[in-house]
Design a protein around this ligand. Structure first.
Ligand code: GLC
Ligand code: GLC
Length: 686
């Protein structure tokens, strides 16, 4: 018998034993709601073999495996019966149309409740502004109970069942979720599951010497084991604290703390931790969350001698959570937050793990191209790495509440004759405004004195040059900054996937340096791009087209509305094409009877694209740029103004059939004259 057959047999046998016991426990619930019981049974039987196999692999060696298994099933069933009716209806709708999140109607926004609107009630009052922008996805950053003062912006959670009382209550959040749903907006919350705060009840019990809870974390009496681990670990917040462990004087222990010293890493090798967190996850799902943002996924499994990032067990744990969600909260989607090497980022994305994921590579490379004015690394990397499995999607963003790290692949860079570490140094200098001619006003984050590594903080507008332009009063710089912002938005809105706006950026909010005088924030420069929203100011600028902020807003609102009218942007593939001009990034979206050819210029000077390439990739002769309404014909080269992005739709019958090659380099050369063929410039080398 193969291993797979053995697992299959063990799974079947286990369910045969467990199911009758569940029937007894939930007899009353099943009597009251027989249809719900049948639905649960159907989904459980469907998922069982997979869930069992994953848990057996992770925890099969524990003497109490079967106990945990049974408790997990009970928790799932309890959670299903506690699930509000509106969510069960949503479950049915989402199960019937599982590709819902791939529609071009999707537009995401994210914000901190306190900084954006004070409280949940305040946020509710902002619903009209979300509608105006066209949001269909709203990520509210951590709003659960967390320590006073330093809490990593709420990413140190003290209770997954209670909200920070300053923001509101769980009941208010549940009402908001329901109201958002009625308005066509899906609620997205974090599942901060790699660590809890040191004030979480489990951590408190561990501090009190309760052995059961000590095993929830990684506690060590001396440096022996921490030192061994640290030989292969990366430092995440080196300016706050060196290494990955923190000494706790009160309990005389070293504690594993990948992030801040008050964020204690959970030990998922302990099945009790998996079970406890699964229950918290199902609780959060039942509040009315449609997308769970899985925070810091890369770090959840530790293995000595490795980087303790992206371990195979991390995937098994997420898949097991996913499987439980399919049983007890089927509408729930997972979104991965893995800000790591691009190969590792994609490893979390699958219909059975995380259906959606941040796209940190696109984000970083858009900024990279803006700094260099050249698209070679962006184009090369996207050709190789943008494609995802069916049933999954990227979440494309320009800024988030976190820093920008230059997470491109070193060999992708070398392929384009770029020295990766020199290039990262250049990018950091550029975005810190230290490079001659730089338009950016960013701030270093976590500069590591040993490795020279650093990341960048700053708002979209400040990084794109608006801060400098406003300060210097330079009209031309202002114009260029506005164009950069619009061009970047035009890309994330058309490239395929869910565009995500870091709220504040829609009106071109500038950096806020006040954090430096707040002792709870001063050591974390990410606060420079997390300002308190000033609604009085916004009220004045939002509709003032003489203000750059009003212009950014008006352009974005228009672009979003435009995106929603383009069926080609919904679920289909993006073909990246060779534009023959090293400053122009181009791709084709094709589907639902529409074709869009997007060309974006990263140059501050006018640029041209060969007329023949326009015909070949655009599959037409006459085009309308949907953004400006202007028409172009393939009689002459396509001319783009500085930082212009066009969304070209062919308006005449296509003269060329067949798709442009996905790899872009081999367009049908028989369409070009010999002379044209020779003239197509290749990207210049550095
Ligand atoms: C995630 C969050 C970040 C936080 C970290 C630790 O990366 O986005 O803000 O610092 O996790 O929870
Ligand atoms: C987390 C942090 C982010 C950091 C990354 C490093 O995602 O939020 O700031 O760059 O980890 O892996």
């Amino acid at each position: 018998m193969t291993d797979a057959q053995q697992v299959q047999q063990q799974a079947a046998l286990s369910l045969e034993r467990l199911w009758p016991r569940l029937e007894i426990t939930f007899r009353d619930e099943a009597d009251v709601a027989p249809a719900d019981w049948r639905a649960l049974e159907m989904r459980l039987r469907h998922e069982w073999e997979r869930l069992f196999g994953l848990l057996l692999g992770l925890y099969g060696g524990h003497y109490d495996f079967f106990y945990h298994l049974e408790e997990l099933l009970r928790a799932a069933a309890r959670s299903w019966f506690a699930r509000p009716t509106w969510l069960k209806q949503l479950d049915a709708r989402r199960e019937a149309a599982p590709a819902w999140f791939q529609s071009q109607q999707m537009v995401g926004g994210m914000c901190y409740v306190d900084l954006f609107a004070g409280t949940l009630q305040g946020l509710r009052d902002r619903l009209p502004s979300f509608k105006k922008l066209g949001l269909t996805y709203l990520h509210l950053m951590p709003l659960f109970e967390s320590p006073e003062g330093k809490s990593d912006g709420g990413y140190a959670v003290s209770s997954y069942r209670r909200l920070n009382p300053k923001l509101g209550t769980i009941e208010e959040l549940a009402e908001l979720a329901c109201e958002l749903q009625e308005q066509g907006i899906s609620l997205v919350l974090d599942f901060v599951f790699n660590h809890t705060s040191d004030e979480h009840e489990w951590a408190r019990r561990a501090q009190a010497g309760d052995h059961e809870y000590e095993r929830f974390y990684f506690l060590f009496p001396d440096r022996r084991i921490p030192d061994t681990y640290e030989r292969t670990l990366r430092e995440i917040f080196p300016t706050v604290r060196r290494g990955s462990f923190s000494w706790r004087e009160d309990i005389h222990r070293w504690v594993w703390t990948t992030f801040n010293s008050f964020q204690w890493d959970l030990n998922y090798a302990n099945p009790a931790v998996f079970r406890a967190m699964a229950q918290e996850m199902l609780f959060i799902a039942n509040i009315g969350v449609e997308v769970l943002r899985l925070d810091a996924v890369a770090f959840i499994w530790k293995r000595m001698g490795t980087s303790c990032e992206n371990q195979p067990e991390a995937h098994q744990i997420i898949q097991a959570f996913h499987s439980l969600a399919r049983i007890a909260a089927p509408a729930l989607l997972f979104k991965s937050e893995a800000i790591v090497h691009p190969d590792d980022v994609v490893s979390y994305i699958s219909p059975r793990e995380c259906q959606i994921s941040y796209n940190p590579l696109l984000m970083a490379l858009l900024w990279e191209s803006l700094a260099t004015g050249e698209v070679k690394l962006l184009a090369h990397s996207m050709r190789r790495r943008f494609r995802l499995p069916q049933g999954t999607a990227w979440v494309n963003y320009l800024r988030s509440h976190d820093d920008i790290g230059w997470t491109f692949d070193d060999n992708d860079a070398r392929w384009e004759w770029i020295d990766p570490s020199g290039h990262r140094r250049f990018l950091n200098q550029f975005y810190m405004g230290r490079f001659p001619g730089s338009f950016a006003r960013g701030v270093p984050f976590q500069e590591n004195p040993d490795t020279g590594d650093a990341r960048i903080s700053g708002t979209l507008a400040s990084l794109a040059g608006l801060e400098l332009a406003i300060q210097s009063g330079d009209e031309q710089q202002m114009e260029l900054a506005m164009r950069r912002i619009q061009m970047l938005y035009s890309i994330i809105l058309s490239i395929g996937g869910i565009p995500l706006i870091y709220l504040g950026d829609e009106v071109g909010t500038l950096n806020d340096y006040a954090f430096a005088s707040d002792p709870d924030k001063a050591d974390d420069s990410r606060w420079v791009h997390r300002p308190q929203a000033d609604w009085a100011w916004r009220g004045k600028v939002e509709h003032d087209l003489n203000s750059p902020h009003g212009q950014v807003f008006a352009q974005l609102v228009r672009l979003i509305a435009l995106r929603k009218q383009q069926p080609a942007i919904s679920d289909s593939e993006t073909a990246f094409v060779e534009t023959g001009n090293g400053h122009l990034f181009g791709y084709v979206r094709h589907g639902a009877g529409q074709r869009l050819f997007v060309v974006a210029s990263f140059s501050p000077h006018p640029q041209e694209m060969d007329a023949n390439l326009l015909r070949v990739h655009g599959a037409g002769y006459r085009f309308t740029d949907l953004i400006t309404g202007q028409t172009h014909t393939a009689e002459q080269p396509l001319r783009l103004e500085p930082y212009q992005c066009v969304w070209l739709e062919p308006s005449s019958l296509p003269k060329v059939t067949g798709e442009p090659s996905e790899w872009g380099t081999s367009y049908p050369s028989e369409m070009l004259t010999e002379e044209q063929n020779r003239k197509i410039p290749r990207f210049p080398s550095v």
